[in-house]
Design a protein. Structure first.
Length: 445
């Protein structure tokens, strides 16, 4: 009777414990998949932000070579402060993520210990029972006391399965102990990683405080000469307006040229159709009438294709320089040093290092090259119904009518000796309407 009792209770309980243990183990694995992905995303973002800060520091060193405190220094510092704050927020997010993982690990370890104790307890009872019933004679008596052959076979199989289960139970205890040790080591690593991040956060906050002090110094210097600065900005504003007039004029000429090409192509198509109709009437008795395909301008076909490609690449286009940052945004915005002084840009200004090459953001055709009213030169490239405009360039390495490929160099970015600044202006037009280029460039928004 005691053997049947054990079969109905003790043997079932270890199996239940094993099932719970396995479910708990797999839930641990599954629950950790998403946090690991989030952690990798945060690590990638942190690396990207650090690279951007290093890039701005490099450009800022060039700016400091200038003879006077410049607006570009303030813009660079402002941009760096914004990125630094985002970096700190990313580190804080990493710390929060680690805190969640640490709590999850602690709960997992507590659960593992609890289940390990159950496994050990059940295994101890199994060993105790085996020692009490290790007499082979009593086993044989139990088997031979069976009512029939099937019952004797089932009792024999029970002894065999019970012995096998004891071995599996011992192996599960070893596995549970190994997993517990792994989890404890993981917890130690995460706590160490958290301490490193806390140190990084403190260091970044210290750097941020110093950068804000630098910002205040530069801002104070610029505000001391506010009158001169306003006069300079008014001139730049007029130059920018003249630039927009010049660009719009070139774009209108391009639109007119395209319209004339389309009208000419349509006239040729209509003429071809009339000729075809006359020939058809004259040769209507012939069995085979030669069909004439309407003439479609090659440029129009290409324009549709490029338009579709360009439109589908919003937020994916490469930057027009290999390294740089946006130092003036699109549209109307307040001047960073003079309160209430509003500025307007039909594109974005991108600051880069001295000697940088400007490159095409997409494949297309150079439709115009001109001298810019603000100094330097400008290049317009058509991408179907879209146009990209690159101004404040020095030497130009393309010519009108040339087909350019993605990332092809089109000229050098102009350098301002007084400000120690190299920058270019990028605009994107669709017909006569301007668009925010930052929304088209990869990682700009």
């Amino acid at each position: 009777m005691s053997l049947y009792k054990l079969k109905n209770s003790s043997s079932i309980r270890p199996i239940g414990v094993l099932v719970v243990f396995c479910l708990m183990f797999f839930s641990q694995v599954i629950s950790q998949t998403k946090p690991l992905q989030n952690k990798q995303t945060l690590e990638n973002k942190k690396k990207k932000l650090n690279d951007e800060i290093n890039e701005i520091n490099s450009l800022l060193n060039e700016t400091k070579v200038g003879k006077k405190t410049s607006l570009n220094q303030l813009v660079a510092i402002n941009t760096k402060i914004t990125i630094r704050e985002e970096l700190i927020n990313t580190i804080v997010a990493e710390i929060h993520q680690l805190n969640r993982e640490i709590k999850q690990n602690e709960k997992g370890i507590a659960k593992l210990k609890e289940n390990l104790e159950k496994l050990k307890s059940d295994y101890a009872r199994m060993i105790y029972f085996a020692q009490r019933n290790q007499d082979s004679y009593s086993r044989l008596v139990f088997i031979f006391a069976s009512g029939d052959f099937n019952q004797a076979y089932m009792r024999l199989k029970y002894f065999q399965q019970y012995s096998q289960f004891r071995k599996q139970q011992a192996a599960e205890i070893i596995n549970a102990q190994t997993l517990l040790l792994v989890k404890i080591n993981e917890l130690k690593d995460k706590r160490h990683e958290k301490n490193v991040l806390l140190g990084n956060e403190e260091e970044e906050r210290g750097t941020l405080t110093k950068e804000k002090q630098d910002q205040e110094i530069v801002l104070t210097e610029l505000q001391k000469k506010e009158k001169d600065l306003k006069e300079e900005l008014d001139k730049k504003k007029r130059d920018a307006e003249n630039l927009q007039i010049a660009i719009k004029k070139l774009i209108m000429e391009e639109i007119k040229r395209k319209a004339e090409e389309a009208a000419k192509a349509e006239a040729e198509t209509n003429a071809a159709k009339k000729t075809t109709n006359k020939k058809t009437n004259k040769t209507k008795d012939l069995k085979d009438i030669k069909k004439i395909t309407p003439v479609i301008p090659e440029l129009s076909e290409e324009a549709v294709e490029l338009s579709n490609d360009f439109a589908n690449n919003r937020g994916k286009l490469p930057w027009p320089v290999t390294k740089g940052y946006i130092c003036e945004e699109y549209g109307e915005h307040e001047h960073p040093a003079i309160k209430g002084f509003m500025m307007f840009n039909n594109g974005i200004e991108i600051c880069s290092s001295m000697g940088s090459q400007a490159r095409a953001v997409f494949e297309g055709e150079v439709t115009a090259i001109s001298i810019s009213p603000t100094g330097g030169k400008l290049v317009i490239i058509r991408h179907g119904e879209y146009l990209s405009v690159y101004s404040n360039l020095g030497d130009i390495s393309v010519k009108t009518g040339e087909k350019v490929s993605l990332k092809q160099n089109i000229g050098t970015v102009l350098h301002n000796e007084d400000e120690g600044k190299s920058s270019m202006n990028l605009q994107i037009w669709k017909g006569q309407k301007t668009m925010d280029p930052a929304q088209w460039l990869l990682g700009a928004k």
